[in-house]
Ligand binder design. Structure first.
Ligand code: NAD
Length: 253
């Protein structure tokens, strides 16, 4: 098993939610982390609270210039790149006959295309470090939520990419894995204007009973799984469900 303490990592969208949880856990263990987000106030807040092992920068992963900036900052900060966690993601919902093409393109761009482009950009650094890319999928590919086809489709694409790119990058000793989180309270739905904080929390709490473990998850429980897949040297192309059993589709008789 590898140890993350001397690693240099990029965690996209790491200023809030699950990415913030990863940045906190990994930086406390000594890793040098570069996180990015689009909102200056969130970036500043995250950077100030996470300490010197974390560099927080304003950058949008859907923009080529910003992707170059992320890589440059990660090299300045960590001197190498061992890990790319393609975590930044957005929600878009709607019935199939109500979807807007520009919004669909936007969510595919942020959730899928941007991560592919960034991985291509850091490939040679990962080759040098025998590193790893982690995609963040979703329980939306285990449970079908009507109206969530855009988001679910992007997350399905990431699972496919995990397999194909693990095969493609194996010759460079780069691993590609995917963590599939279940329900965790973050701001993703609120940012998309779907719920306010209170409604989002209530909705998630009401889902507790359909989890085998009887509750929704916590950000550190996703960070633990990401850390495992970073450190497991013979594990590539793996898709790890971390959802308290929500994806099992437990039915009541
Ligand atoms: P979040 O909204 O707290 O975090 C996502 C972050 O990504 C935000 O800070 C957002 O501003 C940032 N981001 C979005 N687009 C960006 C862009 N173009 N450039 C830079 N940053 C960008 O929500 P979260 O739940 O922590 O989401 C993290 C990942 O986890 C996402 O990929 C999401 O789809 C996935 N996920 C979350 C859950 C859950 O229940 N919270 C479940 C399954 C999967």
């Amino acid at each position: 098993m590898l140890d993350i303490k001397s690693m240099s990592m990029i965690i996209t969208g790491g200023c809030t939610g699950l990415g913030y949880g990863m940045a906190k856990q990994f930086s406390e263990k000594g890793a040098r982390i570069t996180i990015c987000g689009r909102r200056p106030e969130k970036v500043e807040e995250a950077g100030a609270s996470l300490g010197k092992n974390v560099r927080a920068i304003v950058a949008d992963v859907t923009k080529e210039d910003d992707r170059n900036k992320i890589v440059k900052e990660a090299i300045n900060h960590g001197k190498k790149i061992d890990v790319l966690v393609n975590n930044a993601g957005n929600m878009y919902r709607g019935k199939i006959d109500e979807l807007k093409e520009d919004k669909l393109m936007e969510i595919f761009n942020s959730n899928v295309v941007a991560g592919m482009m960034l991985l291509g950009k850091v490939k040679n650094y990962l080759k040098e470090s025998k590193g790893v890319n982690i995609f963040i999928g979703s329980v939306h590919n285990r449970r079908a939520f009507p109206g969530a086809s855009p988001y679910a489709a992007t997350k399905g694409a990431l699972e496919t990419l995990t397999k194909v790119l693990a095969a493609e990058l194996g010759e460079d000793k780069i691993r590609v894995n995917c963590v599939v989180p279940g329900a965790i309270f973050t701001e993703i739905n609120q940012r998309a204007g779907i719920y306010d904080d209170e409604t989002a929390k209530k909705r998630l709490d009401s889902m507790a009973r359909i989890h085998a473990m009887g509750r929704i998850g916590k950000p550190h429980e996703i960070a633990e799984a990401v850390e495992y897949l970073i450190c497991a040297e013979w594990t590539t192309g793996a898709v790890l469900d971390v959802d308290g059993g929500l994806g099992l589709g437990i039915t009541e008789d």
